[in-house]
Design a protein around this ligand. Structure first.
Ligand code: PAF
Length: 268
């Protein structure tokens, strides 16, 4: 009906356990489209750790209520067998130029293959006009941009800024598993990103990152990586000039909860 009258469809794919960050994507879509569709699907193929998949929060009833309140027009909650039927979808090879081998890709082998697979299938089913993703998963949105360029040039991508709590903590479904103490610890990630940003441009990125790693460790967090990457190619940089546009990216554990965050430089 919406399509028949020339309306556009905005699509917000999620894995549920929704928070204000997801709702900001719904709001962005509602502003720009006639119809907004959300999806909830905890995609097994993007978890490289079985325990992480088992512990992923599943809150479908609360999620659908949040979507309704936000004015989302419909929600697609597929069964695993719909996304991964016996006769599987053919997923074309996407040329990623090594963008899946750094940062998240280096520490979560197979993760982006699973993300590309599920998003390809969802886009084939939903056929939206605009895909909404969060900047918090910076590498994911950069990689999915290549998926759109190479397979779905008719679909536009809108990356929505990271939604933060008043104290600066990036909202994430995983935050539900943090203790109060870990929530305070996790703020060091935000502060570290700001500190790094304030030191750019720089000829000596490795010195800045070594210091930042130490600062994070001193708060009790266990950093997995702190990297500065070119926003488009995700090449890891060891020096940042005035002309660069970069993403400062951090992954760190608070206890057993793995958190990621990023900031863009010069703009966020
Ligand atoms: O960002 C997420 O929640 C997931 O990676 C996505 C894009 C919904 C694919 O499962």
């Amino acid at each position: 009906m919406c399509r028949a009258t020339g309306g556009t469809v905005g699509f917000v794919p999620t894995m549920g356990a929704l928070h204000e960050g997801h709702i900001s994507l719904i709001e962005a879509s509602k502003k720009e489209n006639h119809f907004t569709l959300g999806s909830i699907f905890v995609n097994p193929t993007q978890f490289n750790n079985k325990e992480d998949l088992a512990k992923y929060p599943r809150t479908e009833v609360e999620d659908t209520e949040m979507l309704r309140k936000a004015g989302c027009d419909a929600v697609f909650i597929p069964y695993v067998s719909e996304i991964y039927p016996e006769k599987p979808y053919h997923i074309p090879e996407i040329d990623l130029n090594g963008m899946d081998e750094v940062m998240e890709g280096a520490f979560r082998p197979g993760h982006f293959k699973g993300v590309l697979q599920v998003v390809y299938i969802l886009l084939k089913i939903v056929e939206p006009d605009v895909l909404y993703l969060g900047q918090k998963d910076f590498q994911q949105q950069a990689i999915l941009r290549l998926l759109l360029d190479q397979q779905f040039p008719q679909i536009r991508m809108n990356t929505v800024p990271t939604y933060r709590s008043e104290s600066g903590l990036a909202l994430s479904s995983r935050n539900r598993r943090l203790t109060e103490e870990q929530k305070v610890q996790a703020l060091a990630i935000y502060k570290t990103l700001l500190e790094i940003k304030s030191q750019l441009p720089s000829n000596n990125v490795s010195e800045i990152l070594t210091q930042s790693k130490e600062n994070l460790e001193n708060t009790g967090l266990k950093p997995e990586y702190i990297s500065i990457a070119d926003q488009k190619t995700l090449s890891i940089l060891d020096k940042v000039t005035e002309n660069d546009r970069v993403a400062i990216c951090i992954a760190a554990f608070a206890g057993e909860i793995r958190l990621i965050d990023n900031m863009l430089w010069p703009e966020d």
